[in-house]
Design a protein around this ligand. Sequence first.
Ligand SMILES: [Ca+2]
Ligand SMILES: [Ca+2]
Length: 268
Amino acid sequence: MSAPDILDEAEVRNGEPSDIITHEYMEFSGGQPRDQTQNNNSVDGKNKMKDKYLVWILKTFGLSAFFEALVLIAFAVTIVLLSTQSTPSSILSGITYVRWGRTECPNTAHLVYSGIAGGSYFEDTGSGANLLCLPNDPEYVIVQEGEQAERARIYSTEYELSDTDLHNHEVPCAVCTVPHRGRKLMIPAKVTCPANWTSEYRGYLMAEYFQRGEYICVDEFAEGRPGGSSGNEDGGLLARVEGRCTPGNLPCPAYINGNELTCVVCSI
Ligand SMILES: [Ca+2]
Ligand SMILES: [Ca+2]
């Protein structure tokens, strides 16, 4: 007998669910006869309603549709549980770094935003010492229009590389993030990473030409900012860094006096 035939028979008998279904419920609830006590009658009445409802669902939607729905619900619950469990690790793991000299990230990383290197004016004695990757679309809140004297200042930064085509071009930057990594490190004077570390990018060590500032790693394939100017507008000035053996005691000849230093950004 097919499933629809069973369901049809269930409805025909006194308009109540079939004995097959009722009997199965009785066995499940301890196998007591349906009319043994008043309480049992009350419970039995509720069970009849449940059985009727079940029969109606099965008859209306069919057995296959019913079980397909169950499978879909189980699949959805599994997806929700997996996504809930993966959220903390995806948030808590990963590194972020600035790729100086480029507007895009390496293939292994995701771009957070790209912008332009910003720093202090090359003759200023104040303002910040570090370089910032300024977004291309700043958001303002409270401002006093016009220039005020009592302000630190930030300017775009140019390559000060007169022996290259990059000279006087503004320096772009890309903020990159790599999931499932725990540490990052910029190693000066190296183009290779330690064992088990991954090279994010490599290039040349650079720093502010006239001022005390931070050393940064500029990509070996550095570019000028798209839409920027090759004119000499100054602002911040970024120059390559060479080692000097004297004065001081740099370990020469491992370091060679006057050689421009490299750099690599590594992650693990
Ligand atoms: Ca320029
Ligand atoms: Ca040199």
